[in-house]
Design a protein. Structure first.
Length: 410
């Protein structure tokens, strides 16, 4: 039946999201570990030729003795572990999530007609083009003379990301804009692994197997891209979970908040990088991070400027389908009496500033727009309202289910 697709689609989304989180943990964990290891390497008198440094570590009841060769060892080892699939599967599962949630649900999560009057295909085209074009521009900058100075390059990269963040907020919903900033950043990180770091390592391995001395430039290039990945990791995590916090994505200066998040990623990573390199205890970075966080929180309280289009009743064909279905008036009555005190432009529930996940359920068109979510959250499951604070009865839930399923069976 049609309504079963909503349940299975939600489980598909859940499964892919779980995979994305698992592989993301594996990728970020190994990335953080190798950054810490690299920064903690020490010189020793007995290092073999070509070795850059070594590190002794203890974990799980055993001791580990690790050495790093700046270019490559004299001979190819019998066993070599490659770290690549964590990155690849994280990106692939993330792109699958983008397709499942934002492309398949473009009318709900990607397109906001009060921001830009886009057709679904236009929004998806902008999304894909920006991700691909963004990587191409970034890669060209890294390979240019301008990219020879990594500090200068990272400043320009920050400016470009801020500009892209502003652009996303002009064409997509706030939630989708933040998700795309995360997807863009993750694409840079995974692209670095797939297009630069791994091919360079393969060249080095091939030289070793052929008895040639590998060129040190390949390691230098890979080091630059790894450094970028190191500082971009924390903002990606923020944007991954931002869809739960409309104070971040659904406010007037969301693009500035996004810019501050990238700065906080730098200050936090600088602290840990310095500690791992035994370069002191730069506590000022935490003070800077706290100040940036407070500014972001303050910006989220600035009222949104009316656009003159916010109240326009833009009704899609799918919304009309649910509005014309039997039981719609009853469903609206239940939602408005049991849900809209929180899901309102100005929630009346105590200590609630913005509606949960930015979902507004005040008007009939709102109920039709979020029919699927109402069905899953308050009909098929008891997720909403939390703790059943507004006393939604089993009869209410049955009405919501019957209305939604009846609309799709017409």
């Amino acid at each position: 039946m049609y309504y079963d697709h909503a349940v299975m689609w939600d489980w598909l989304s859940f499964g892919v999201r779980w995979l994305h989180v698992i592989t993301g943990i594996a990728w970020i964990g190994s990335s953080f570990y190798f950054i810490a290891l690299d920064l903690g390497l020490r010189k020793a008198d007995d290092l073999p030729e070509g070795a850059h440094g070594e590190e002794w570590q203890v974990h799980g009841g055993g001791f580990y003795h690790i050495r790093k060769y700046l270019v490559a060892p004299a001979a190819m080892p019998d066993h070599l572990t490659w770290f690549k699939w964590e990155s690849y599967v994280t990106w692939l599962s993330g792109f699958a999530m983008l397709c499942i949630v934002y492309y398949a649900g473009a009318d709900l999560f990607l397109v906001d007609k009060t921001v830009a009057d886009l057709e679904t295909w236009q929004a998806i085209a902008i999304s894909m083009t920006s991700l691909a074009l963004g990587w191409i521009i970034y890669d060209l900058l890294c390979k240019s003379k301008f990219g020879d100075d990594n500090n200068r390059l990272m400043v320009l990269l920050f400016i470009l990301i801020v500009a892209l963040g502003w652009f996303y907020t002009q064409v997509f919903s706030g939630r989708a804009a933040f998700l795309h900033l995360g997807a863009f950043t993750a694409s840079i990180m995974s692209g670095n692994v797939f297009f630069i770091i791994m091919p360079n390592q393969r060249i080095v391995v091939a030289d070793l197997q052929a008895g040639r001395t590998p060129d040190a430039k390949y390691g230098k290039i890979a080091k630059q891209r790894s450094t970028h990945n190191n500082y971009l990791t924390l903002p990606v995590i923020f944007f991954m979970i931002s869809n739960h916090y409309p104070l971040a994505f659904a406010t007037e200066y969301n693009w500035i908040i996004a810019a501050l998040v990238f700065l906080m990623g730098v200050t936090i990573r600088h602290y840990f990088n310095t500690k791992h390199a035994r370069g002191g205890d730069p506590t000022w970075t935490w003070i800077a991070t706290l100040i940036l966080f407070i500014i972001a929180a303050w910006l989220s309280t600035v009222p949104k400027t009316p656009t003159g289009e916010a109240n326009a009743a833009i009704i899609s064909e799918r919304q009309q389908q649910f509005m014309s279905a039997k039981g719609f008036e009853q469903a609206v009555g239940i939602v408005q009496s049991r849900c809209s005190m929180c899901h309102a432009k100005e929630p009346v529930w105590e200590n609630m500033i913005v509606p949960p996940k930015g979902v507004i359920l005040e008007e009939e068109v709102d109920v039709a727009k979020y029919a699927r979510e109402i069905y899953l959250q308050a009909g098929r499951s008891h997720a909403m309202p939390p703790g059943n604070l507004t006393d939604v009865t089993p009869e209410h839930r049955a009405i919501l289910v019957k209305w939604y399923e009846g609309a799709l069976s017409k």
